[in-house]
Design a binder for this molecule. Structure first.
Ligand code: BJW
Ligand code: ZN
Length: 252
């Protein structure tokens, strides 16, 4: 059982200050304070809902094969909401953390691009990015920011074939090289932060377990306890936008 805290302590600050190698896994909760709904709730957030269908059905390998237009409609609905939102204090704090450590890896399950918008340079997007499309014929990946879409499905800029969102749906494999880099970071780091994720979706949810097995300290930041809380060294119960900037406060 981890130590549960509601704010950071001097001991945590010294762990943070003396770390050389840090890895962070973020989930939907870090974007909650920007007004982005989460998938499974928690905190005081809204949940993504659309036409009464569950996410496991909408964002699935089955549906993209059966009805790609419908999947684009679901994504277009989300893109419409996401284009209005901006990063929050949690995203900005992580962009500053990146500049502070000799080795720093930011792994995100989020597809909303808010880490980059906040200034993070090196982001491992293990579930893809909602602002990119991938050609179903030639596999070219291109930026697709037009919202609402003029054409559904959008067409590939290279070969004219139909494209799909460049995101990882349920039942699909994660981008191999990106995930390998995430696994390497988990195996190498001294501190592994798990921020704003319910940590139920695999294989991303296996990263903190791998980090722990490799000897890292696990620090969770979430307003609610999760499965991670059982093996984390510290669970900081609170909102990412309030907790993460505390690590950057002036040292007295
Ligand atoms: C705050 C906060 C604040 C609130 N501050 N925190 C074993 C059993 C059964 C199935 C499987 C299994 N192992 C693997 C699978 C299959 C499946 C899976 O894991 N299912 C589980 C549900 C069990 N995994 C897959 O399908 C993966 N692929 C795969 O395994 O390939 C091999 C394979 C091939 C063929 C067949 C089967 C397997 C791919 C998973 C990709 C998931 N993609 C999604 C959708 C992306 C596109 C889209 O957005 O539509 O990614 S699912 C959805 O969940 C999304 C998220 O990235 C992901 C994780 O969610 P996250 O980020 O944790 O969000 P929430 O909402 O769950 O949690 C938010 C948290 O924030 C809460 O804890 C709050 O308390 C907290 N919070 N406010 C900080 N202010
Ligand atoms: Zn193409």
């Amino acid at each position: 059982m981890s130590t549960v805290l509601t704010q950071i302590t001097d001991e945590l600050i010294s762990l943070f200050d003396s770390a050389r190698s840090v890895a962070v896994l973020t989930g939907a909760g870090i974007s909650a304070e920007s007004g982005v709904p989460t998938f499974r709730g928690g905190g005081d957030t809204e949940i993504w809902t659309w036409r009464g269908k569950p996410i496991t059905e909408l964002s699935s390998a089955e549906l993209i094969s059966a009805d790609p237009k419908l999947v684009w409609e679901w994504f277009d609905y989300r893109r419409g909401m996401l284009k209005e939102v901006v990063p929050n204090a949690g995203h900005f704090a992580l962009a500053q953390w990146e500049r502070r450590f000799e080795e720093f890896t930011l792994i995100t399950q989020n597809i909303d691009d808010l880490h980059r918008a906040a200034g993070s340079l090196n982001v491992l997007e293990v579930h893809g990015n909602i602002w990119r499309a991938r050609c179903l014929r030639c596999a070219s990946v291109f930026e697709a920011r037009e919202c609402p879409l003029e054409e559904n499905p959008p067409l590939c800029m290279v070969c004219g074939g139909a494209a799909r969102p460049d995101v990882v749906l349920f039942g699909e494999l994660l981008p191999e090289q990106i995930f390998e880099r995430a696994e390497e970071a988990a195996a190498r780091c001294e501190l592994f932060f798990v921020i704003g994720t319910s940590a139920v979706v695999y294989p991303a949810a296996g990263l903190p377990i791998a980090a722990k097995q490799a000897g890292a300290r696990i620090i969770e930041v979430n307003p609610e306890r999760t499965d991670i809380s059982f093996f984390a060294d510290v669970t900081l119960l609170g909102k990412a936008g309030e907790i993460l900037p505390q690590f950057l406060r002036e040292r007295g």
